[in-house]
Design a protein around this ligand. Structure first.
Ligand code: ADP
Ligand code: MG
Length: 696
């Protein structure tokens, strides 16, 4: 049976060696399996015949039935065209050809019923279709209609007459001989539960649907199957890792208890408590922890990080936390030092600007175990930095770190340290599970009590004076303000100029207040100095580029003004807004833009004004941009999906994930008879993958 699917397509009727060669080089279609899995990316609806009177320019491709009344060649040179007047009795439209005029002239007939297919555009009161597909209506069959599959092809294939539709005809002979060879890959318990059509039905219907409903069912089934096997693969990898990578067992929690009883500065939120429990359970399990902690800005991840560190230190091990920038490392250091000192735990900071002299001492203290907690930037990854026993490594704002860097951490210790990755970039949970398939996911979905939701408004540049007036009032109440300028991608110079122009106009508008400025071209010492002045309240307005985006914490800053807000992505706007709303005061975020806005920019701004929920924002972001653009997803490779779309098929993804979990829980090695079809399919996909990775 499996030999059938390995057969080369050149032996299929109507393909032959030359086209087979082309399909192999252009689309990687070599075998019968490749061909049947090359799905159309859309279908043109030929089931419906429109009346010319009901056309409107918003319709996609349409089909009308009628007769040609007359034709004429008009225009000169490049504008020369054949225009035929077409009517179905309800109205008139033009059919237009710029090319192949002679051929059309020879073939067009009067008094003949035609089916015309194409995109109708309105010019004045009349519709016209440029280069329509037309065919003479010969039999009744032609009127019953069908959904025409359209396949992606390359330019080169087009030139060789393998068009998006021609490919459909080439698949036809395979569909005739394939049915008896299509085996079911999912057990009945799954297909029954989710009412999935059989694999055979799905593969036949996706290429040649008998109607829209059958097509929908075919897609559903194939999407489920694809996502299900992806999840099985990810979960099996995770299972495998857990069985081979031992973790240090951290059973003691003395320091944790002491801190809870004596020094906790606030009550933990329910979500924080739950997550700490999850982490504590992982660290005591004997397996290496690989956990992703997602929590919106301001949800209190730092405290969770500290409590996790206490688990390691209670058991005599060391812990480190890696931040993406020096400013953030510094901030973590200050925050964590305050807590660590209460318990007499040693803590230090290592960044690119740590002096060599101090470094040497630090290296020594790490090696002999005198230094328990190390805060830093990627400087921690350097090989010279070795620990006596690193028990836990926390990576903050993960998207700035590649997977390889994470792997590097594992080598820091004989037994790999437990790993906690923290991110404030909320992505829908199921998506996170797929993208970070090797990580368990915890979510802090609750804000500390007493926070007032940030009020967000969109203002046009023409209202700048009113905005300035509002800023002045807030500063006079004792608040501080961020003004953020976008990075201009084309040029650093432009960014700098934009920022400096802004800075000047603000200094002119607010002569009575002190300003700070921070941007990417400043040395980290200068940046730090300015940040500190702002933090201490010595300056009232912080003018900055997005360097202040992540993590910076100044509770007294209660207004965030974002200039050229249309230039920012949703997740970035959300991150920026998270810089305010950290204190007890009512906070505001003002999004400034020009009048001219793209449709997408409008959606982004409206979303920001409507909600402060990071997950809701992430969902909109996902809809707007698709998963390929989400941070950190590019290298993950799990997005090479054939039919499913992670941004649109969340429900199916969820079902597939749960089903995969249930199956593996009951039968981790897929040994039960009812799971043999799953096992076989898994082996086929894994074999294909290793084949591709060997040749590419
Ligand atoms: P993030 O998740 O963005 O890293 P932080 O850890 O910086 O958030 O916390 C934001 C602010 O909230 C800090 O000032 C922190 O002290 C405070 N905070 C954290 N947890 C709580 C809590 N349970 N109750 C009150 N305040 C809290
Ligand atoms: Mg943080």
């Amino acid at each position: 049976m499996s030999n059938f699917w390995q057969s080369k397509i050149e032996y299929l009727k109507g393909i032959g060696p030359q086209r087979a060669q082309l399909l192999a080089s252009e689309l990687s279609i070599v075998t019968y399996r490749d061909l049947i899995q090359y799905f159309p990316f859309r279908h043109e609806d030929r089931t419906r015949v429109y009346a010319i009177a009901e056309l409107n320019p918003d319709l996609p491709f349409i089909q009308v039935k009628g007769q040609i009344l007359s034709w004429d060649v008009v225009g000169e040179g490049g504008k020369k065209r054949l225009v035929a007047t077409f009517s179905d009795g309800t109205g008139f439209m033009d059919l237009i050809w710029f090319q192949g005029i002679q051929w059309q002239l020879k073939n067009l007939k009067l008094n003949t019923d035609y089916l015309v297919f194409g995109k109708a555009d309105a010019f004045g009161h009349k519709f016209s279709v440029v280069h329509p597909e037309i065919e003479v209506v010969t039999s009744l069959d032609a009127q019953t209609g069908f959904l025409q599959p359209i396949y992606n092809v390359t330019e080169k294939l087009r030139k060789k007459f393998i068009t998006p539709k021609a490919l459909g005809k080439m698949i036809q002979p395979l569909l005739e001989i394939a049915p008896n060879h299509i085996e079911e890959t999912l057990p009945p318990i799954i297909t029954d539960k989710y009412q999935l059509v059989s694999r055979r039905e799905a593969l036949l219907q996706i290429h040649q649907p008998k109607n829209a409903e059958a097509l929908q069912k075919a897609k559903n089934r194939l999407k489920f199957e694809e996502l299900f096997f992806l999840q099985i693969k990810l979960l099996k990898q995770q299972l495998f890792k857990k069985t081979i990578y031992k973790g240090q067992i951290f059973a003691k929690s003395d320091l944790l208890t002491e801190f809870y009883q004596k020094h906790l500065p606030f009550d933990l939120t329910g979500a924080q408590k739950r997550v700490v429990k999850e982490i504590y359970r992982d660290m005591g399990s004997g397996k290496q922890m690989n956990r992703l902690l997602q929590g919106d800005v301001g949800s209190g991840k730092t405290m969770v990080a500290f409590l996790a560190m206490l688990v390691a230190v209670s058991n005599g091990a060391q812990a480190c936390i890696v931040a993406p920038t020096e400013i953030l490392a510094e901030q973590h250091f200050q925050g964590l030092s305050e807590y660590a000192e209460k318990l007499g735990i040693t803590i230090d900071i290592l960044t690119g600007s740590t002096l060599a002299r101090n470094r040497r001492i630090m290296h020594e203290r790490l090696m002999n175990g005198n230094l328990k907690i190390l805060v830093g930037t990627h400087a921690i990854f350097e090989d010279k930095v070795q620990f006596e026993n690193l028990g836990l490594c926390i990576v903050d704002e993960q998207h700035r770190f590649g997977v390889q860097q994470r792997a590097k951490l594992w080598e820091k210790n004989q037994i790999p340290p437990h790993i906690l990755v923290m991110t404030a970039t909320p992505i829908p949970r199921t998506l996170a599970m797929t993208l970070y398939g090797d990580l368990d996911v915890s979510v802090i979905d609750e804000m500390p009590a007493g926070r007032k939701p940030i009020i967000t408004a969109h203002r046009y540049d023409s209202h700048r004076l009113r905005v300035f007036g509002f800023m002045r009032e807030e500063i006079n109440k004792g608040r501080q303000i961020y003004m953020v300028y976008p990075l201009i991608e084309e040029s650093e110079k432009l960014t700098y100029k934009n920022l400096m122009d802004g800075y000047e106009s603000i200094s002119r508008a607010f002569p009575e207040f002190h300003l700070s400025i921070v941007h990417g071209q400043m040395s980290s010492i200068d940046k730090d100095y300015e940040m500190q002045r702002f933090k201490k309240g010595e300056t009232h307005i912080m003018v900055a580029t997005t360097v202040i985006e992540v993590g910076v914490n100044v509770p007294n800053a209660s207004v965030m003004v974002i200039e050229n807000a249309e230039r920012f992505g949703l997740s970035q706007l959300h991150q920026l807004r998270g810089r305010v709303g950290r204190g007890a005061e009512q906070s505001y975020c003002i999004l400034m833009t020009d009048y001219k806005l793209s449709k997408e920019a409008k959606i982004r701004l409206e979303t920001m004004v409507r909600t402060t929920n990071g997950f809701e924002i992430a969902d909109v972001d996902l809809q707007l941009r698709g998963p390929g653009d989400l941070m950190g997803t590019q290298q993950s490779g799990v997005l090479d999906l054939i039919i499913a779309d992670l941004s649109k098929d969340a429900r199916i993804l969820q079902e597939a994930r749960l089903t995969a979990q249930d199956i593996l829980e009951a039968d981790p090695y897929l040994e039960k008879p009812e799971n043999q079809s799953i096992k076989q399919q898994l082996m086929i996909t894994l074999k294909e993958e290793s084949y591709w990775s060997r040749i590419s």
